[in-house]
Write a protein that binds this ligand. Structure first.
Ligand code: GDP
Length: 594
């Protein structure tokens, strides 16, 4: 595959029917059905496929478009406040820390030690949350899909995590992502428990980690008189893990976490995908109330009656209370990660809620077109520096060095920088994907492979992986991606100038004045912007609303005509006779990094 950037963007909903996709892509339905068939999917025109499948098909057909997910629609977000009947609930715990410090190993070890896997040979499939038990008390653990995803959840107003376990490798100490995790936990108002990991290693130095945390990050271990529980563990051998879970429970207990059990469930979507024969498979985290087997629910823009309700192990259950991860099938569509869900009385009501929310969304979407006011505002946002973050993997050290060196040479434009946040020799790994998840990071591979399990993870977590066999193609792709981040160049073209001969009205949002066109031509339909000028000083800018000749509305004004005009402004302009008004067009021109 080449590194050519597609120039066409197509918005696609999170799930789309084969017919709709064919239409969007201007393809024969039969072509699409054929391609799906090659991929082992037998589909009819009305069958829904998910975004990832659509993406794969587009790739395989080599169509020059970029699929983009349509923005999710926000459905009502009822956030239940605890009543006085609220009862204790299990803590929701996230595991975070620097890459390679042992998060995955720790989660796996807890799964293993607490025998939470199913009879049928353990959990092979990826699960996004599970529960474990310690002395009869439950703990809900989230397999954190990156800090970015959590940030997204928080933007939704969701306070998902009660406790963050920060994993720090005892042989490596505090690293950038450790700091990020600490900040995340603090911003999210979550309690911190530190797992000092890899203490089985001879080079482990847990005291050094504690000293670092205490002196630099104000996390003082309890045994030093502070209030942060820090536990030495080995995720590899299992040593200390029970103590870690005890610490989590202790912290949770002090927080007095509670929820109502006797109300309809509400919570968050933590994973969703389409599965053959099962339709949409959606993992939810119940935050409040109890979800029942027969509930009808609205999640994002999806709704439906639950067909099967499963616990995280995949066993059928009848109901589940607060802090419980569950998986359901039966929704007619795919909700997105981070969507809220609520229970409704019946499907009719659910459909109504979704339809209304969609209409509302369309309205909002329509108003997001660039307006004259946006154009006026845009000037001030030009000099924000943006980073294009990449992870680079290459087959050998030599080629890695030359790729990274070539990337460094691109920088120089002060507005977009390429930032290499990780490098390595060898195939793309799960760690690369995890590293990339913490931002809009692209993983670049040079002469390496993308193993299928890593590809799946990348798709799930929406991390883009691009592999090249020719260095300059890789570099060109980076440049093209950086160009997309460049804010467009603003080009103003003056089309006419007017000499102010009378000022009729100036308010904080309007100017009505008259004068003579000194040069050029004004066409109202072109929606020109106006600029008020005194001598050489710019008094302000505005949008032209109306033009008149002899008190009659007109569409155009020509040189030397006497006319009136009204303009919408952001601040009061104290326009005076003798000032000049320029009518101009503002264009946004895409820039490119060469
Ligand atoms: P993550 O990136 O934080 O998820 O880290 P992983 O769980 O993938 O672990 C990174 C590497 O450290 C792997 O090779 C693990 O086997 C190793 N590792 C994790 N925990 C321990 C531990 O307690 N002791 C030792 N010796 N190695 C560990």
């Amino acid at each position: 595959k080449g590194g050519k950037m597609a120039d066409k963007k197509v918005l696609v909903a999170d799930s789309i029917t084969v017919g709709e996709l064919a239409e969007t892509l201007h393809l024969q339905v039969s072509t699409l059905v054929g391609e799906l068939f090659k991929n082992g999917i037998v589909a009819t025109i009305n069958q829904k496929i998910d975004f990832d499948t659509a993406q794969i098909i587009v790739e395989e057909l080599g169509i020059d478009v970029v699929l983009e997910r349509k923005k999710p629609v926000e459905i009502v977000r009822v956030k239940h406040e605890n009543s006085d009947k609220a009862e204790p609930r299990p803590p929701i715990v996230a595991v975070m820390g620097h890459v390679d410090h042992g998060k995955t190993t720790l989660l796996d070890q807890i799964l293993k030690m607490h025998k939470v896997s199913t009879e049928a040979g353990g959990i092979t499939q990826h699960i996004s949350a599970y529960q474990t038990e310690r002395n009869g008390k439950k703990i809900t653990l989230l397999d954190t899909p990156g800090h970015e995803a959590f940030a997204a959840l928080r933007q939704h107003g969701a306070v998902l995590t009660d406790v963050v376990i920060i994993v720090v490798a005892a042989d490596d100490g505090v690293k950038p992502q450790t700091v990020e995790a600490i900040k995340f936990a603090q911003n999210a108002n979550a309690k911190i428990v530190v797992a000092i990991n890899k203490i089985d290693k001879p080079t482990a130095n847990p005291e050094m980690v504690k000293a670092q945390l205490a002196s630099e990050y104000k996390l003082t271990p309890e045994e030093w008189g502070g209030d942060v529980l820090m536990v030495n563990v080995s995720a590899l051998t299992g040593e200390g893990i029970d103590k870690l879970l005890d610490a989590v429970l202790l912290v949770a207990e002090m927080e007095e976490l509670k929820a109502d059990y006797d109300i309809p469930a509400e919570g968050l979507v933590i994973e969703s995908h389409m599965e053959q024969g099962r339709g949409s498979v959606v993992s939810l985290l119940v935050e409040q109330g109890t979800i029942h087997e027969s509930d009808v629910l609205v999640a994002g823009t999806a709704y439906g009656k639950i067909r099967t309700l499963l616990d995280f192990k995949g066993d059928r259950i009848k109901k589940a209370g607060p802090s419980t991860p569950v998986t359901i099938t039966g929704l007619k569509d795919l909700p997105q990660f981070g969507d809220s869900f609520v229970i409704t009385k019946n499907e009719r009501l659910a459909r109504k809620m979704v339809t209304e929310a969609k209409i509302e969304h369309e309205k909002n979407a329509a108003s997001t077109n660039v307006t004259g006011a946006d154009l006026l505002k845009m000037m001030s946002h030009q000099d924000d520096v943006k980073d294009f973050d990449v992870v680079v993997k290459a087959d050998v050290q030599g080629s890695l060095t030359s790729v990274v060196d070539s990337l460094k040479m691109i920088n120089g434009d002060e507005e977009v920088n390429v930032r290499v946040i990780g490098t390595g020799v060898g195939n793309i790994s799960e760690n690369d994907i995890r590293l990339a998840m913490s931002g809009n990071t692209v993983v670049y591979g040079f002469n390496v492979e993308l193993p299928p399990n890593v590809k799946r993870l990348a798709q799930r977590d929406r991390v883009e992986v691009r592999i090249f066999k020719v260095i300059y193609e890789l570099i060109d792709d980076v440049k093209a991606s950086m160009s997309n981040l460049l804010s467009p160049k603003i080009v103003d073209e003056t089309v006419a100038e007017l000499d102010v001969k009378g000022v009729f009205k100036t308010t904080k949002d309007e100017v009505i004045a008259g004068g003579e066109i000194l040069s050029g031509k004004v066409v109202l339909a072109d929606k020109p912007l106006v600029r008020f000028i005194r001598k050489k000083e710019i008094l302000g800018e505005g949008e032209l609303i109306n033009i008149q000749k002899q008190k009659h509305d007109v569409k155009e004004l020509f040189e030397s005509e006497i006319c009136g005009f009204s303009a919408k402004v952001q601040n009061r302009i104290n326009l005076e006779v003798g000032d000049k008004v320029q009518f101009f067009k503002r264009e946004l021109v895409k820039r490119e990094i060469k």
